[in-house]
Design a protein. Sequence first.
Length: 71
Amino acid sequence: MTVKTNKFVEELRNESATALNERLVAAKKELFNLRFQNATNQLDNTSRIKEVRKEIARIQTIITEQAKAAK
C-alpha cells in the first residue's frame, strides 16, 4: 500500500459506522456514474473505476472489522 492509501485507511478507521456507511453509499453512486459514463463513451479516465472499486472494498473491510470488534 502506498502512503496515500495508508492515510485513507487510517482516516476510515477513525470514522463512525454511520459515516462509513455514508461514504460507502457515495462511493457506490460514483461507481455507478462512472460505469454509465464508460458505457456511453464519455469517460476519459477509466482507471478511476478501479480506484473506486478498491475504495469500496476498503470501506467494507473497515465496516466488517468494526462489527467484529464490537461483538
